[in-house]
Design a binder for this molecule. Sequence first.
Ligand SMILES: Cc1cc2nc3c(=O)[nH]c(=O)nc-3n(C[C@H](O)[C@H](O)[C@H](O)COP(=O)(O)O)c2cc1C
Length: 148
Amino acid sequence: MLCKGLDERGVVFYTNYGSDKARALEANPRAAVTFPWIAIHRQVHVRGAVTRVSPAETAEYWALRPRGSQLGAWASDQSRPVADRRAMADRFAEVEARFEGADVPVPPEWGGYRIAPEVVEFWQGRENRVHNRVRLVAPDFVPFRLQP
Ligand SMILES: Cc1cc2nc3c(=O)[nH]c(=O)nc-3n(C[C@H](O)[C@H](O)[C@H](O)COP(=O)(O)O)c2cc1C
């Protein structure tokens, strides 16, 4: 997933609300995200409760997406089966024709989720696997160290 928002409210990503992951999140609205920087042996991990971002916030981000990505989102019922590649190309051509000469609106099944941080952990790889782990927990986020 691409991280498309990051501030004190949490980590935002955008997807199809009918996708497998969205259905899983509606049933159990919790998620974790890990940002790895493998070359420098670091990662940041965040986990917490998930909520949908507001339609207004989704619309704001949607307007920044390239038109091709907007059309692609309309063309894809994400995570649901399709006969073959040709059928996807046909779906894309259909939406391209439908919105020709007009702005592409936000699809009804598309939008963002925000993971509100309850646990944040900074990890730094160290020699002999005696790594550094520093965790911060809501609501005060006072850092403390964990054994690796
Ligand atoms: C680099 C990369 C970035 C991706 N970003 C997104 C994204 O922002 N939103 C999204 O819905 N899928 C994204 N995907 C596709 C997802 O990994 C996944 O295949 C898709 O969301 C369907 O997952 P699901 O069937 O479990 O719901 C990305 C894939 C890659 C490789």
